[in-house]
Design a protein around this ligand. Structure first.
Ligand SMILES: *Cc1c(COP(=O)(O)O)cnc(C)c1O
Length: 385
């Protein structure tokens, strides 16, 4: 089956009892057993639920992986991955990453004895940070918010020579544009809140993995800890997935046109979009992705929190909001929003400075979006004068 067919059919057979074409919302906590130890595969919905299972099978198919596991949020999914390590184990992560992931590492797992190193995203950076205790490489690609690209195959090749597993947070690309397992990664993380749900109406997460023993441990943790999505949220994620291919195409087309507009605008000093031929990651992105995605970050001339706020609050169609990947365009100010939990000095060192904004291009008519950006950039200019 090809990708767009899988989004609609993988894991989603017609309901056996009624023939319903759409997987029903199995809004039940428990399942009647015919007699002791005789049941239809489901006992309790923390352990397993048919709607969630359909989502898990579909996500595994889309990443071309063996096993999928759904969680109540992206961070809950990440929590499960880190819970498979033990005190003393060492994780190397690329420093440009989602602020919540950094917070989970530093403020939840570090006190329990896990160790973390943060490096630039190059193969050499990862290689140089390896110790005898290194168990995981943690990669986001493209990164949040600077849209840097890591060479997943090259980094995986280094890891596998040393018995280190590679985790890729594939939230920004979605499986439509990138399939990390095929590139050599061991596990894929998603915040399904973003492109997979696609409509800004759920919070959810997922893991996709090939190794059976690692999957069994993660599935044990999913049940033992219990951070599972309910049936309705699982159903909404499945519903969102059905249009993933058409949405991603439009997100990308809009993002590309917006990036070109911004690149030529006098109030914009820098545009980060791997689809621009001027972008330093363009060739690598072209090599390992099927497209460049719908996220664009950019820096405003002489921008700081106060002046950037003029630009943000005057937008009419694009909403100032956390999150990304929905059909509606969203814009955020990483320094005070998604990356607010990273100390300012460290933020600046990474490049998440006070003039940076991050745009999630929705699938509205792109002319309206560009017009909105243009009028608000004019307003920003006037306020600066
Ligand atoms: C949003 C996000 C997460 C966290 O997911 P939640 O669903 O908000 O818990 C992790 N990684 C990336 C890249 C994200 O954008």
């Amino acid at each position: 089956m090809k990708f767009s067919t899988k989004t609609i059919h993988a894991g989603q057979r017609a309901d056996k009892a009624t023939g319903a074409v759409v997987v029903p919302i199995y809004q039940t906590s428990t399942y009647k057993q015919d007699e002791l130890n005789v049941h239809k595969g489901f006992e309790y919905s923390r352990t397993g639920n048919p709607t969630r299972q359909a989502l898990e099978e579909c996500l595994a198919a889309l990443e071309d992986g063996r096993f999928g596991l759904a969680f109540s949020s992206g961070l809950a999914a990440e929590h499960a991955v880190l819970s498979t390590l033990k005190p003393g184990d060492h994780v190397i992560a690329a420093e440009d990453m989602y602020g919540g992931t950094y917070r989970l590492f530093e403020q939840v797992f570090k006190p329990f004895g896990l160790r973390f190193s943060y490096v630039g995203g190059s193969v050499r950076d990862f290689e140089n940070a390896i110790t005898a205790e290194t168990k995981l490489f943690w990669i986001e690609s493209p990164t949040n918010p600077l849209l840097r690209i890591a060479d997943i195959s090259a980094v995986s090749a280094i890891a596998h020579g040393k018995n280190i597993k590679v985790v890729v947070d594939n939230t920004f690309a979605s499986p439509y544009f990138q399939q990390p397992l095929a590139l050599g990664a061991d596990l894929v993380v998603h915040s399904t809140t973003k492109y997979i749900g696609g409509h800004s109406d759920i919070v959810g997460g997922a893991l996709i993995v090939n190794d059976e023993a690692w999957h069994d441990r993660l599935k044990f943790l999913q049940n033992a800890v219990g951070a599972i999505p309910g049936a309705f949220d699982s159903w909404l994620a499945l519903r969102g997935l059905k249009t993933l291919s058409v949405r991603m195409k439009q997100h990308e087309e809009n993002a590309h046109k917006i990036a070109e507009f911004l690149e030529n605008h006098p109030s914009v000093t820098q545009v980060y979009y791997p689809g621009l031929s001027s972008d330093r990651f363009h060739l690598l992105a072209k090599q390992q992705m099927n497209g460049f995605g719908g996220m664009v970050s950019f820096k405003l001339k002489n921008g700081d929190e106060k002046s950037v706020n003029y630009f943000l609050k005057n937008l009419k169609i694009i909403s100032l909001a956390e999150s990304l990947g929905g059909v509606e365009s969203l814009i955020c100010y990483p320094a005070a929003m998604t990356h607010g939990s990273i100390p300012e000095k460290k933020r600046n060192a990474i490049g998440v400075s006070n003039d940076l904004v991050r745009l999630s291009a929705g699938i509205e008519n792109v002319e309206d979006l560009i017009e909105d950006l243009a009028q608000s950039l004019d307003y920003f200019e006037k306020e600066l004068r």
